[in-house]
Design a protein. Structure first.
Lengths: 367, 360
């Protein structure tokens, strides 16, 4: 028996054991868009207050623009409910390698508001790629995965020789966890960056180049929205799909679990986020996904071929489309398009007969 | 296999087998004339469920396109029209054949959500959330006629009884938009500010008022259609109202997603205010071991009687049959994953639905 097969067997067993308490935990949650269970009254108030800001439509008088892509968080984060993903063309965010946005990134704002309030479409630079709006459900739990755990999974030099070399994104403010390139470390940063680049709203975290510009989003508002997102529960499993034991086995046999790590234990100062066993199916590391998926962009030190492993929980309800630029019209296509470090998994999937492919997809839909 | 070929085979088999299924103890139940049928869209399963609410069971699942959202049934009860929000087309289902007529798909625009049928049953009007417009479809000839830009992320739509005016909710703009629908084109008459996250809309039988459910405001807003204005500041209902249904006899229902209840509203367009919340029915039940079952009411329809409502529950993937007068949850019926749209099938007694043979 080869080491590769031994690793696969161990992976399957680990996956099966990790999922044992899955059902019991799943029954304790309501639905997508719900807050985490067992919030205190104060936390529930925090959640509700943040929700109001999350769905708020910002106006020019409040600072929207002059360049923006959306007027509200829910303009893009809306499927199947507020806090969700974007699944239509209007929610794809354009990015350009030849452009620098107000925070030094590559986001291109499509619309412009004149001083008199006239809306127009901007003349755009050469668009390198589009990025899909990800769902925010369970983000607080991802934030609560301890750094030591993520570092423990990382293997940038592929010392174990399994062909997977996930690495941590090192940022000045901590390790990267969020964004398609894993270049954002905290939920507050994510909110502040989104306000600045998508809505044109300045905050103390991210001022525009104009030193005279007033703060348009207060620290309190940033915190409120961040806390709402932090307290969003993950999508409940099996509300949207049916379980598949065969699919679960295939997930391990194909090596999917090497990057889509099934489970983690959380640590947090916030009680409802602490000491939870969660099943996000991500290692939060960045991996080389091959030339075909490369998007031509570098964020932090994450290159064009590299992407953070997206979580798979809730994947049935937040797509299609899939992948960073929405090129995959189904989960099947998304799996088949895996390249780079995941090339062998994608190839093995394509070699499966239809019924086995369907079982794996069925399993993914149950997460 | 083409729809026509499959229909021919199904029809042939039905004719052949009908005499057999009507015979014998321990055999089939025989053909029954059903009058308590509803159809739901299972958003996460890419199919629809045909459900007998009297027997309390799902009769069939019918495959359609990706992410089916809303469903409406023509007055003859033979055809259902389904917006497939993941495939961007309007699908037509032959309810008797329990099959989608795949050659009648019409691409309408990105992410189609709610739809409304014109009274003559010749056109459908679809709200397309991804293209910020509504699309008018000739459902007889299966072709798109025209589109009208209405505003950010339209979700809900209702028509006046002459089919000439549409009221559309723009979820991304917190507005309700009145649109005049012509033969070959349409135009926006008025855009009205309503509450936050307006999802669904219905229009009263006399065409005088529209009711809009505002998910983020926890209210319904009333629109004076003739005078093109919003009446008052909205009526409070349960938390996060999503679906709306009109009974046709002076009542409406809101499915309140986050408060596990439905609001029963009296609707009188001549009164001031025209909408009043009469009752709130809590949708709570308990398992055999006493565990309280949490629900998420998403959509509602009345099932041919003004006191019987059918409400979809997303948390448990069930339909809830509720007696509005008795304020009683009568039964629940398992359907597919994420039952979003729901429609009662009128004249279902005219359909021939062959029941599968029961086990000996």
């Amino acid at each position: 028996m080869t080491m590769s097969n031994v690793r696969k067997i161990i992976g399957c067993l680990a996956l099966a054991i990790a999922l044992l308490p899955y059902q019991a935990f799943a029954q304790s949650r309501g639905y997508t868009g719900d807050p985490l269970p067992f919030l205190t009254d104060s936390q529930r108030s925090t959640f509700d207050a943040g929700f109001e800001l999350f769905v708020k439509i910002w106006t020019q008088e409040e600072g929207l623009g002059p360049h923006f892509n959306a007027r509200s968080c829910t303009s893009c984060h809306r499927v199947p409910l507020p806090g969700g993903s974007g699944t239509t063309r209007d929610t794809l965010v354009p990015h350009s390698a030849s452009f620098r946005d107000v925070v030094g990134g590559t986001t291109v704002a499509r619309f412009s508001l004149s001083d008199s309030g006239e809306l127009s479409q901007r003349k755009l630079p050469t668009i390198t790629t589009h990025r899909r709006t990800p769902a925010l459900f369970g983000i607080g739990l991802l934030e609560a995965i301890p750094e030591w755990r993520i570092r423990g999974i990382a293997d940038p030099n592929d010392r174990d020789g399994n062909g997977i070399s996930g690495r941590v994104v090192e940022l000045t403010e901590g390790i990267g966890r969020f964004g398609w390139k894993g270049h954002i470390s905290s939920i507050e940063d994510f909110v502040a960056v989104a306000f600045a680049t998508e809505l044109g709203l300045t905050s103390s975290q991210l001022r525009t180049d104009d030193p005279l510009s007033n703060l348009e989003v207060s620290d309190e508002q940033i915190r409120a929205i961040a806390n709402y997102i932090r307290l969003l529960s993950q999508s409940p499993p099996e509300k949207f799909g049916y379980p598949s034991e065969k699919g679960q086995l295939l997930f391990g046999q194909l090596g999917c679990h090497e990057c889509h790590t099934p489970s983690h234990k959380t640590e947090s100062d916030i009680g409802v986020l602490h000491d939870r066993t969660i099943y996000p199916y991500t290692d939060l590391l960045v991996h080389d996904m091959g030339a075909d998926l490369a998007d031509g962009l570098t964020e932090a030190d994450v290159g064009p071929r590299e992407f953070r492993t997206p979580p798979l929980w809730g994947v049935a309800s937040t797509g299609p489309p899939y992948l960073h630029d929405a090129r995959a019209k189904s989960l099947k296509e998304a799996v088949e398009m895996h390249g780079g470090e995941a090339e062998s998994s994608g190839r093995l999937f394509k070699q499966l007969d239809i019924s086995h492919q369907n079982e794996l997809i069925r399993f993914l839909k149950s997460l | 296999m083409k729809y026509v070929t499959r229909l021919t085979i199904v029809g042939f088999l039905a004719v052949l087998l009908c005499p057999l299924v009507s015979l014998g103890k321990g055999g089939a139940d025989g053909p029954k004339h059903k009058s308590h049928l509803v159809i739901t869209t299972n958003w996460a399963e890419d199919n629809c469920s045909l459900v007998d609410i009297e027997q309390g069971k799902e009769l069939a699942k019918i495959n359609v396109g990706q992410k089916p959202y809303d469903v409406k049934v023509g007055p003859a009860g033979r055809f259902a029209y389904v917006t497939c929000s993941g495939s961007d087309f309007l699908a037509t289902i032959d309810i008797q054949a329990m099959l989608e007529m795949t050659d009648k798909r019409v691409v309408v625009g990105a992410s189609p959500r709610d739809l409304a049928l014109t009274p003559d049953n010749k056109r459908a009007v679809v709200a397309c959330a991804g293209t910020d417009g509504i699309t008018v479809v000739d459902i007889v000839n299966s072709r798109k006629l025209y589109s009208v830009d209405v505003g950010a992320i339209p979700y809900g739509i209702a028509l006046t009884s002459d089919g000439k005016l549409a009221l559309v909710t723009c979820w991304g703009a917190n507005t309700a938009v009145l649109v005049e629908l012509g033969e070959d084109s349409g135009k926006v008459l008025k855009t009205l500010n309503v509450g936050s996250l307006p999802y669904t809309v219905v229009i009263s039988k006399d065409d005088r008022i529209g009711i809009v459910s505002c998910f983020g405001s926890h209210k319904v807003f009333t629109i004076d259609i003739e005078n093109q204005k919003v009446i008052g500041q909205g009526t409070e209902v349960g938390r996060s109202p999503w679906g709306l249904a009109l009974s046709g006899s002076g009542q409406a229902l809101t499915a309140n997603f986050y408060s596990n209840d439905v609001s029963v509203l009296s609707v009188d367009s001549g009164a001031n205010p025209p909408i009043v919340e009469e009752a709130r029915i809590r949708l709570v039940s308990a398992d055999d071991d006493g565990t309280i079952v949490q629900r998420r009411a998403k959509n509602a329809t009345f099932a041919g009687a003004p006191n019987i409502a059918v409400i979809s529950d997303l948390a448990n993937n069930e339909l809830m049959i509720v007696d509005i007068d008795k304020k009683l949850l009568i039964r629940t019926i398992k359907v597919g994953k994420a039952p979003y749209g729901i429609a009662w099938i009128p004249k279902a007694s005219d359909l021939l639905v062959v029941v599968k043979p029961s086990s000996p």
